[in-house]
Design a binder for this molecule. Structure first.
Ligand code: SF4
Length: 154
């Protein structure tokens, strides 16, 4: 899996202070997408074991408590990303007790494949749906357009 950005301290993408990972790869091609450079799966840089260890360490850092992990992109549920994202969220569940996991995807919850549902089963919150420019509303919190839904899964 490739990524575009990792923010070890983020107060914008989800509630509280968080670690946020923007992954590469998205097949939705929403008109007006804010992050078109992330569409190609091979854009960005590889997400390495060292990066994963850093992320786990950051989530457990007691000097700057993090509420949890946010996964965005691109699309963390692009089929090519699902195996790596599943392994990552399972590790966060195992090694970072008490941390929540939010994930943004262009797929709707109802559209998820069996493999994508395995990831959803590990999440606290899934924000779903394509970005629809005509439904864009800057007043929305954690969503770009009003068709998108914040699903509290736990
Ligand atoms: S799902 Fe998100 S990243 Fe993908 S095209 Fe739509 S707005 Fe862009």
């Amino acid at each position: 899996m490739n990524i575009h950005q990792y923010y070890p301290i983020d107060v914008v993408n989800g509630p509280g202070t968080r670690c946020t990972l923007f992954v590469a790869g998205c097949e939705h091609a929403c008109p007006g997408c804010y992050n078109q450079r992330t569409w190609r799966l091979n854009s960005g840089i590889p997400f390495t074991i060292d990066m994963e260890e850093k992320l786990i360490g950051d989530l457990n850092d007691r000097r700057i408590p993090r509420q949890g992990l946010s996964l965005s992109g691109g699309d963390p549920l692009h089929p090519a990303n699902v195996p790596d994202v599943l392994r990552l969220v399972r590790r966060v569940r195992r090694d970072c007790p008490g941390k929540d996991i939010w994930l943004w995807t262009g797929y709707t919850l109802a559209e998820l494949s069996a493999a994508q549902q395995q990831v959803a089963a590990e999440l606290d919150v899934l924000v779903d749906g394509k970005f629809i420019r005509e439904l864009k509303d800057p007043a929305l919190v954690w969503r770009g357009s009003s068709n998108q839904v914040i699903h509290y899964l736990r």
